[in-house]
Design a protein around this ligand. Sequence first.
Ligand code: NAD
Ligand code: UDP
Length: 330
Amino acid sequence: MSILVLGGAGYIGSHTVDQLIQRGYDVAVVDSLVTGHQGAINQKARFYQGDIRDKDFMRTVFQQEDVTGVIHFAAFSIVPESMQAPLKYFDNNTYGMTALLEVMNEFDVKRIVFSSTAATYGEPKSIPIKESDPQLPTNPYGESKLMMETMMKWADKAYGIKFVALRYFNVVGAKPDGSIGEDHHPETHLLPIVLQVAAGKRDQLSIFGDDYDTPDGTNVRDYVHVLDLADAHILAFEYLADGHDSNAFNLGSSTGFSNMEIVEAARKVTGKAIPLEMAPRRAGDPSTLIAASDKARETLGWAPKYDNMEAIIETAWNWHLNHPNGYADR
Ligand code: NAD
Ligand code: UDP
């Protein structure tokens, strides 16, 4: 019986595949490599290159693998790009889920753990954000993910496909041995950009807005280490395997760090100056996003191990030092 990981060559998927294998699970990966890297996939996983929207390709995978459940990371996730090209997001993300659920139903596969996002909440009415709060996305990326959650809800009612939607906040860090990490092209996330400046790969950093209603005027975000996130996927998979009903969980640390606090912490870890400029606000950025994550802790037994920002940054810095050009160095 194998766990089928869709998007297992990506940043979060590759860390989850690696953790699943460390814990003795049999893993197969589907990835089109549109943003992922084959070199990121643990070699003990069987790899099928293809697009999840290609139902015939997916049928051949389900025929070859005895799939006990699916963990679904395969999607696009750049907010500004989704504002420019919304249909690209509804096609890859939302249609991808339609095709997947159809094939899962054909093969009687009844469990899916899904990468959802804080972007499904939009601008929060209150902090910390609870799972029961309104989901009113402010960009097509968040909307595409909310539609995917909705599809799973109805597929559960019609076909009994049970799901766990994991709504991630800001995911950072890397496997501490530096063997796998974050390598996006283009890179749009704050911490890897900060570390690219520290490593001399970029001249400087732009901080998008210093006039928000926050202690230092820069946005506040809730950061979670990628290995803690991988843990939550395994717990969610086991939760469904134990026969529990569909559910949704926030995954965050319940602590907020401002963008300037991230830069300061990175300066300490790297010992580099990390020059920056203040730039205008980025469209669609909520001021503060902090998760209430007690539901995942209480229901799944999730116990994140990384609660120190400098220790988290240390793991990402180790990856950057080992792989200044990402997976191109392999
Ligand atoms: P990533 O781009 O590194 O990984 C996505 C993987 O999916 C890539 O390997 C890509 O090649 C593959 N893929 C995309 N579309 C595909 C398709 N149609 N068929 C087959 N493979 C396809 O992204 P990531 O940062 O690892 O994020 C993974 C998931 O987590 C995404 O769904 C994203 O929405 C969600 N998420 C990420 C963050 C974050 O901070 N990185 C936060 C919230 C949610
Ligand atoms: N950010 C920034 N400069 C950058 C990239 C990001 O100031 O070059 C800010 C961004 O505006 C947000 C925070 O960093 O306030 C986190 O952004 P990221 O894209 O990493 O994650 P998001 O919160 O959008 O999911």
